[in-house]
Write a protein that binds this ligand. Structure first.
Ligand code: PMP
Length: 340
């Protein structure tokens, strides 16, 4: 076992887990990188650490300073974990529609939570815009200073994946990785891993797995940012080309519905013991499509972005699923085997 001097050293170096059914179904070896095993239980711990370390190195963030961010939750949780460990406060702006479990985790970690209505990026009340203004204000008024993490356009986010996640995947597969896919929130994960893998082997095929309702699928297939449909997945689905996404070497794009992604999540929990959030379902559905497109015998890697308990009140709640006209698996319908 490794021995660390602080929780921040436990970020990264996550295992690759073989996804049995997805592999058997396609004749490929499909692996998920278990990012839910990070201390904050998501892939965003890596970006949080890089963003904070970069701000400290630039002299922008000083001891006791405040890190402000707009987030669907996971980046905020990562910033609060790292902030608590390194001595920074967190102020987190979150759309009120996000899962209660993520808000509870943020409060538990001592972050100051600001909830705003879920409105489009063009609206000045959008969570990203509110967080930027709040950071400016706190930088002026707080003695210890404040920074805006700005995960969408701060490429310290992408650098985390160029320098850690991508090289880890290369090492863990012994360089025998044929394809990689994941969804995009900021684009840091997809672009960073894509850049790192293509640098080592330009033939690695990179796929964007986009949830319905996001505009990137149409951008990478038809050159226009156009959206249709919607998804209950949180933390993914982007409407613009963020700085982290610029020049991302993407070969192919898939558009994936909740109806395609959710059964994968339910099946993995029931048969493989993997309890995952909705974006992981989009990612694995994309990995299966990429495997089918490339043919049997290939090794495909994707991201298991966060843990499913973070969405228990939604993804694993029959009433919620029914309200969205989504399928409810039999075992979930029957309820827990043992009453609490
Ligand atoms: N999945 C989940 C659950 C997330 O919270 C996020 C980040 N918002 C992503 C995927 C996407 O990661 P990235 O921001 O690196 O594109």
């Amino acid at each position: 076992m490794n021995r660390f001097s602080s929780v921040v050293d436990a970020i990264g170096n996550t295992p690759l887990i073989r996804l049995r059914r997805a592999s058997e179904l396609t004749g490929c070896e499909i692996y998920g990188k278990a990012e839910f095993m990070n201390p904050g239980q998501s892939v965003k711990d890596r970006a949080a650490l890089y963003i904070i370390n970069d701000a400290v190195a630039r002299g922008a963030l000083r001891p006791g300073g405040i890190v402000v961010e707009g987030t669907a939750g996971n980046t905020g949780i990562g910033l609060a974990v790292v902030g608590n460990a390194l001595g920074f406060r967190s102020v987190i702006v979150i759309p009120e529609t996000q899962a209660q479990e993520k808000k509870d985790a943020l409060v538990l970690l001592g972050a100051e939570l600001v909830q705003v209505p879920a409105v489009a990026y063009a609206d000045p009340n959008n969570y990203v815009k509110v967080s930027g203004r709040l950071a400016e204000e706190l930088a002026r008024t707080e003695a210890a200073g404040a920074i805006w993490a700005n995960q969408f356009d701060n490429v310290a986010n992408r650098n985390a994946h160029i320098e850690t996640t991508g090289p880890e995947i290369w090492e863990q597969t012994g360089g025998k990785v044929d394809g990689f896919t994941c969804a995009v929130g900021t684009g840091g994960t997809l672009a960073g891993i894509a850049i790192a893998l293509k640098e080592r082997n330009p033939a690695v095929r990179i796929a964007l797995s986009d949830p319905l309702g996001a505009a990137l699928y149409s951008y990478y297939t038809a050159g226009v940012l156009k959206s249709h449909g919607s998804s209950i997945t949180e933390g993914i689905g982007q409407g613009r080309i963020t700085a982290n996404l610029e020049e991302a070497p993407i070969d192919v794009a898939y558009e994936i519905s909740d109806e395609e992604a959710l059964p994968i999540i339910f099946d993995l929990l029931e048969h493989e013991g993997l309890c995952l959030g909705g974006s992981s379902g989009i990612n694995i559905a994309g990995a299966i499509r990429l495997a089918r497109e490339m043919g049997p015998g290939h090794t495909i890697v994707t991201i298991l972005a966060d843990y499913g308990t973070r969405y228990q009140s939604k993804l694993f709640n029959p009433a919620f699923l029914r309200s969205k006209d989504l399928p409810v698996p039999g075992w979930l319908e029957r309820g827990p085997a043992v009453e609490a």
